[in-house]
Design a protein. Structure first.
Length: 259
């Protein structure tokens, strides 16, 4: 029996993973559920935990901030995240596995089975390294899916990042404007997406705007710098971000030329 905790700031994600584990994975005992890294640390202090299902992008401290405590507690980690870009860091953090939301039942069952075998056999270090190499191969086979899952209240919308034209901040919400003219509002701040989207493609041009350079039609400084997107929208570039925007344009141009 593996003593397990779930760590995720989204209520739907916590409850759905709890249900999936209860209904599909034998040998799992859920010892606690945390909605922050701070709560998870306390659970690790007060309980002997074998396995942590750990979200990455959370307000304040992210999932990687829990890794030192997990190592002290000799707990193993399976990352659960909506963002494919974290895969390399997951490998470096010695994760047993990496599941992309919305979590596939078969992938979850396989991850739990692998975790159970690894923990039960208490593999030696060279076997641990082999396990990480297998994870690296598994992730590379995804062929850089480049998708993110956006919580929509009832579940997740799976979005190809190339379909994002720009993201607009609205207080503590982020509004995604998509190529199919659909908009999706997510209860996360813009900074979280600034940190995880590929920096060679997405640039923060204003405190309330991130744009996908693939949809940039032109930019000018007639009335202060602004960008014009291929869908006709005009968005101001803040003065303090203008020089960074200019550098990103240069890098983007070189990046596209090298493809």
């Amino acid at each position: 029996m593996l003593n397990t905790i779930i760590v995720d700031d989204e209520e739907f994600a916590r409850s759905s993973l709890y249900f999936l584990l209860q209904e599909n994975c034998e040998g799992i005992h859920i010892s606690g559920i945390a909605k922050s890294v701070a709560e998870a640390r306390q659970l690790l202090v007060n309980n002997k935990i074998d396995l942590i299902f750990l979200d990455i992008a959370m307000p304040g401290e992210n999932g990687f901030d829990l890794i030192p405590q997990a190592q002290i507690s000799k707990s193993h980690v399976i990352f659960t995240t909506a963002y494919d870009q974290y895969a390399l860091r997951a490998i470096k953090a010695n994760a047993l596995d990496y599941l992309l939301k919305p979590i596939d039942i078969d992938e979850l069952k396989l991850a739990v089975e692998k975790a159970g075998k690894y923990i039960a056999l208490n593999k030696k270090e060279h076997n641990r390294n082999e396990n990480l190499q297998n994870l690296a191969v598994h992730l590379s086979e995804r062929n850089e899916i480049r998708k993110i899952s956006l919580p929509n209240g009832q579940g997740y919308s799976l979005i190809n990042i190339d379909d994002i034209i720009h993201i607009e901040a609205d207080s503590n919400y982020s509004i995604f404007h998509l190529a199919n003219k659909e908009t999706i509002t997510v209860s996360k701040v813009l900074k979280e997406y600034e940190e995880i989207l590929p920096e060679q493609q997405f640039v923060r041009i204003h405190k309330s705007s991130i744009v996908n350079l693939n949809y940039l039609k032109e930019y000018n400084s007639k009335n202060g710098m602004e960008v014009i997107l291929k869908n006709g929208e005009k968005i101001a570039v803040s003065r303090r971000r203008a020089s960074d925007f200019a550098e990103k344009i240069k890098s983007y141009t070189r990046f596209e030329s090298d493809k």
